[in-house]
Ligand binder design. Sequence first.
Ligand code: GN1
Ligand code: MG
Length: 382
Amino acid sequence: MLSHPPTAQKPDPRIQKLVEKIGDQFTLEGDFLLGEEIDSGHINSTYRATYRQADGKLQRYIIQAINRNVFKDPFSVMRNLERVIGHINRKVLRQNPDHAGQALHLFPARNGGFWVEDSERVVWRCYNCIEDCVTYDIVENTRQAFQAARAFGAFQNLVSDLDPSEIVETIPDFHHTPKRFARLLEVATADPLNRLESVKNEFAFILDREHYTSQLIDLVNAGNIPVRVTHNDTKINNVMIDLHSDEAVCVIDLDTVMPGLALYDFGDMIRTATSPAAEDETDLSKVEMQMPMFEALVEGYLSTAGKFLNATEIEHLVFSGKLITLEVAIRFLTDHLEGDVYFKTHRPNHNLDRCRNQLKLVEKIEAYEPEMNAFVKKARTR
Ligand code: GN1
Ligand code: MG
């Protein structure tokens, strides 16, 4: 399923005006033609702007507002981005100068710097639009899963020599699962909207799995797993895939690139690429952990990350999928109990639907765990 298919809808005048106004403040060439909202992602607001160049050619850009409720210090997010994008592009473009149109670039604002802040304190940035590519909310075939995992592994490799002290932890403890768990308990105890009673099964399911939450952190503290600079939001729709060849072209959504664990990244790939159901699908009989997709993820990821992962990391690849899926379910349930203050929602109980769906996936991963681990064992000795 495409996550943002081209729209044939009539342009919304409010969006036209907004995109034109913000686009004007960046050093973009040509005449503004069209602004469209791209409804993808639960955090930031994203738009595509089309300009007509002097030679008549159309040029498209991505204009994005940073969610300040989530990213309390958007200026540090931008400084991180400049560092990360600069670092990656120096390497990628040295190897393959033709890659220029397929790498992420920030466009400067007319007032200098790479962002503008509007009168409502919204911080905006502008990227190139990577053409002839799409993102998928649900992968369609094993080739896409392989390619996406290969790209995230290559991405981790590219940022592996970034100095972590140069990167600000813009959301502290982002994947600290025990803290996410503790926060759920806190919100459940306060139960500000009296919603706990109606989610007691989901809550109990999570409580039963408390022992998962600290396992990776314990391995870090014991010195068995290193902290690396990682992507931290490796949802499958954060890879641009070539429309024609199904090859991964570019990893996007770099706002959470921070020190983290390689396993959190792999876990989020399992979470988002193995199920044929959308993250908010309410028909839970559609939620599945598809072995062929998982196998493609392992092969794709090991093809680029296999050379730097240690044995403990490889042994926990499957566990990471279970953990990250549980973690995001904890976050969705917390947000539901708090009144949907973090993730964008599009209908009542949206976060609860997402939570139920993700808990179903946890159950599926648990059922397939021995088979999945056996596959990893086989794959690493090849
Ligand atoms: C958010 O913005 P998006 O949709 O790529 C969230 C991730 C969650 C994901 C769940 C900064 O990612 O951590 O895993 O939703 N990003 C942030 O779908 O919280
Ligand atoms: Mg995203």
